[in-house]
Design a protein around this ligand. Sequence first.
Ligand code: RB5
Length: 153
Amino acid sequence: MRIAMGSDHAGFDLKDLLATTLESWGHDVIDLGTDNSVDSVDYPDFGAAVGNAVASRRAELGVVVCGTGIGISIAANKVAGVRAAVVHDVTSARLAREHNHANVLCLGARLIGAPVALDALEAWLNAIPGEGRHVGRIAKLHALDERNVEEER
Ligand code: RB5
């Protein structure tokens, strides 16, 4: 699978670890930065970059990391077609994919440790997007995106 990744400085080390792990699992990683943990950068830039990569189908899924996962998730969710979910454990990661068809996983490097982040990543990737009632709800999310795009015109 092709997976776009992004982080700010606070998320850089965890992003690096997750990217290396994804590659070892056979995935193609598109790293959209940032490229170090020292220089302070702005999480909206990287959330938007990953969101755009997923919405344009340059990547099938995205993974973003900042200090809490919150700021970068808000940024990614501004892009129409993105369903970005902040998760803190394996169960929320699995359910984000099964129930919400989350196409961008958001993690907080200052809140969870690397082992939990890796387990959450694996659970999210292995989960199967649910059918039935979930599909109608995703369609309603899509309709909200469409409405927002219309309003921008
Ligand atoms: C950076 O200091 C921090 O604010 C950022 O990584 C993130 O936690 C924002 O949501």
